[in-house]
Write a protein that binds this ligand. Structure first.
Ligand SMILES: [Zn+2]
Length: 225
């Protein structure tokens, strides 16, 4: 993997066999990654067996009807309970506000936020967010590539050209489900979700017919390893 590349993943309630599949790919290639966790699972617990490769962060869902809770504090408490060791986060659907970030500082040990998406930006640089009487600091680390955003790119390129042509730091965001599906277009995922609204409980057999051949997210995930 290029030395200026960093891999992050939003687990987004993926079933265990999907998480295992991506984890095995990274373990085999000794790829370091930060996994933003959404739920309790055996596959997530297994990631903890590879502390040299994997870091676990939180992926709080602040959208309405969140399974993480009804208030900012409830959501944060739920997520920190899932990953007590977490020092990093990316919010689900990138929901963010000054209120949310200030509560993160007051209520959690989170030090790094990766919720700023600067698509294909050539020069990523961290920025500081500080709040409160003691000026507690949250480092905000932007990222510049996301699998579903590549799917929407007017010149979508699964050889990785859009991001690999950038000389600066690359911070990738993969969703394990898109890697497993080798998703090249968002409709593939939407069709799966239409038939199986609870993605977390979908089985390997049910998902097989949705897996795409050809160039898609799996192909680019291999470029990065
Ligand atoms: Zn998410």
């Amino acid at each position: 993997m290029q030395s200026n590349s960093y891999i992050t993943l939003d687990i987004d309630w993926a079933p265990d066999f999907v998480i295992d599949y991506v984890a095995d790919l990274f373990i085999a290639n000794k790829v370091k990654a930060t996994w933003f966790v959404t739920h309790k699972s055996q596959a997530v617990d297994k990631l903890r067996d590879y502390p040299d490769l994997f870091e676990l962060g939180i992926h709080p869902n602040f959208l309405p009807n969140s399974s993480h809770g009804n208030t900012v504090d409830e959501v944060l408490d739920f997520c920190m309970n899932l990953v007590p060791e977490a020092v990093s986060m990316r919010t689900h659907a990138l929901v963010q506000s000054t209120l949310i970030l200030s509560r993160v500082l007051q209520r959690t040990p989170i030090k790094y936020d990766v919720s700023l998406f600067l698509a294909y930006h050539p020069v990523l640089q961290s920025v500081d967010f500080f709040w409160g009487a003691n000026h507690k600091l949250l480092k905000r680390l932007p990222y510049n590539w996301e699998d579903d955003f590549e799917m929407e790119h007017p010149q979508v390129d699964w050889t990785g050209k859009n991001i690999l042509n950038i000389e600066g730091v690359k911070v990738y965001d993969f969703h394990p489900i898109h890697v497993y599906l080798n998703c090249s277009k968002f409709e593939t995922y939407l069709k799966l979700k239409e038939n199986y609204p609870n993605i977390n409980s979908v089985s390997r057999e049910q998902i097989t017919s949705y897996v795409e051949n050809g160039n898609g997210t799996f192909v680019i995930s291999k470029i990065t390893v």
